[in-house]
Design a protein around this ligand. Sequence first.
Ligand SMILES: [Zn+2]
Length: 475
Amino acid sequence: MKNFLIILLTLPLLTFGQDVDRYFESIRNSRVELTAFFNQMPKGGDLHHHFSGSVYAETYINYIVQKDLYLNRRTYDIKETVQSDTDYVRISKLQNPYFSFYKQKLLEKWSVKDYNNVSQPSDKLFFSTFPSFDIAHKNTLDEGLLEIKERARIENVSYIETMFTRITCDVDVNLPDPFNIALRQQQKERDYKGTENTLEAIYGSLDKTVLEVCASKFNQELQERHDRLRIDDSTFLLRYQNYVLRLIDDPTQVFKDIIVAFESAAKSSLVVGVNIVGAEDDEVSMKDYWLHMQMFKFCHNKYPDVKYAMHAGELTLGIVKPEELSWHVNAAVFEAGASRIGHGVDLAYEKESPRLLSYMKEQKIPIEINLSSNEFILKVRNDEHPLILYKNAGVPIVIATDDAGVLRSNMTHQYVLLASRYSGLSYSEIKQIVLNSIRFSFIEEPAIRKSLLADLERRFKVFELSLPLGARRMQ
Ligand SMILES: [Zn+2]
């Protein structure tokens, strides 16, 4: 009798769930209806999010106009001061319609807007945007933070975990060159023990006080900015990851950066993790990839509570030699011990991929999928993308924007791509992907994660009840 009552009580819920699934299938082939659907749908968190690349270029252009900086009329570079270069002119001297022309050129230089597939390779354009808008970015941190928060509020995103910055610690640590020579040799020989010993020797020779002061100063400034701007409120939460740059051709410098990044994350509840960034097919990234994995493993042993996600396998056939596609995700998972993997696009080429996938499933190591980014940078989309391999293996999936500003995209668009490209994913499965974005966030306090999850469930109830389930659709 009791079981019968439970069935009776849960029946309307089950039917309602099926109605939502049916409605979703009825709009799956209409991009505009999917856009309207996902724009309203709660999307939880954006876990793979680069701060500088998420701010739209218009914000950076506003800054250079306000400050009346110098624009190079030939290359469209920006400078704060110039000596006698006649190509540079103050922006205020560019009366309309000239400014409209140059604004368009800046949008094309600082984002993928109107990219023509001809003037330069897409990956080169993408990675060149960051240094070219850097002058504006470093002076618009407040505006940028408020912009990404406002965008999140409008498209029903309740949490962002942003890769905020590389902590600069301009201290001459006087490390002897032989350390680099030893590390490169040990890398060549894949000498795990020797590398660990060298890293230990470098670690021992560093002045920890100096590194701690850098981390602590950074944490204080971040906390002050975060509080002053009132970033967190009852509808939104922001947390930060420190990142290190894998492009620096100096292993001891990268190692020092990793230690400072871990030190900061260990001491701040706002900084919830560490990441490694920079084009993975870059010469130094490729040359020192193995070393960087050993450095993360080393820091994990020193700071066992600090979580780290790693860009790994953001590669595909044609970008590097095929044999290089076989080991980056494996190394990030099995050697570096990453808590989450960013991109993992080369999965199909990875050595013993079934073993790798089942380990990621068992250890609950999510894959951060960035559909727009992979399409633009790597030209990997639709059924070339390994999303289905991850899904079929039961690896937790999260959907993210990567660089919504540079890519002229947003979270809603990522879900539209997901649903329209992968018809095997039901609404219920997509909902699980959204819940994963809070479950697998690096938020340190369990109570905060729990309350964000409860809030997300509440938002889903409101959203589903608002759907026009009974309405007849025009075909
Ligand atoms: Zn990324």
